[in-house]
Write a protein that binds this ligand. Structure first.
Ligand SMILES: Nc1ncnc2c1ncn2[C@@H]1O[C@H](COP(=O)(O)OP(=O)(O)OP(=O)(O)O)[C@@H](O)[C@H]1O
Ligand SMILES: O=C(O)C1=C[C@@H](O)[C@@H](O)[C@H](O)C1
Ligand SMILES: [Mg+2]
Length: 173
């Protein structure tokens, strides 16, 4: 089985994904890290030097490669992965792929991302709190229709990591 976590930047895909993999005795794969390693470059540098279109192409290629070749892994997607190209279809049509959306409010996402903007190219330029809130609000409005097509929507607002993990595990066992 491939257990996929999707959600906005800062929603906890990498953090929860690693813990979930340990609990399931699966390997954890982070799509951003997979791309970074293959490209020998940070996500921020790929965006800066090659542009977002190049990144999105690599993102789809990597997703396809993982779905076609891996099993018993937890896969944390990039924040935008389900919203581009045919990525959502790849996930929905993938054999033994189960998808979870880690759903958080704009306010909680902004709170987390305020201190963690530097390595995230799409928000690294936003300086004030208002700008960040406005950006996330608009962006999430565009992306929610994709995220919400996950097999399970997990409410992660003000929830401990333990609660989120228990909620996900409930759907897997
Ligand atoms: N349930 C939680 N409660 C409190 N903080 C959390 C929780 N889950 C994750 N965090 C924190 O939120 C921040 C963002 O988490 P993380 O990097 O896992 O998000 P992500 O979805 O992988 O983001 P990106 O798409 O940008 O890679 C981290 O500092 C992490 O420790
Ligand atoms: O939300 C997004 O579009 C992104 C999120 C990150 O995980 C990276 O995949 C990249 O910075 C783009
Ligand atoms: Mg991550």
């Amino acid at each position: 089985m491939i257990v996929v976590l999707m959600g906005y930047m800062g929603s906890g895909k990498s953090t929860i994904g690693k813990k979930l993999a340990t609990l399931l005795n699966y390997d954890f794969l982070d799509l951003d890290d997979f791309i970074s390693e293959n490209e020998n470059s940070s996500i921020l540098s790929i965006f800066k030097e090659k542009g977002e279109i190049y990144f999105r192409k690599k993102e789809t290629e990597s997703l396809k490669e993982i779905i076609d070749s891996k099993e018993n892994v937890v896969l944390g997607l990039g924040g935008g992965t389900p919203c581009y190209g045919n990525n959502l279809s790849l996930l929905k049509n993938g054999k033994n792929v189960i998808t979870f959306y880690l759903k958080l409010s704009i306010k909680n996402l902004a709170e987390r991302l305020r201190t963690e903007r530097d390595e995230r190219p799409l928000i690294s330029h936003l300086t004030s709190e208002e700008e960040l809130l406005e950006f996330i609000g608009k962006h999430l409005f565009e992306r929610a229709p994709y995220y919400s097509q996950a097999d399970y929507n997990i409410n992660a607002d003000d929830k401990s990591k333990k609660d989120i993990l228990e909620n996900i595990l409930m759907h897997l066992i």
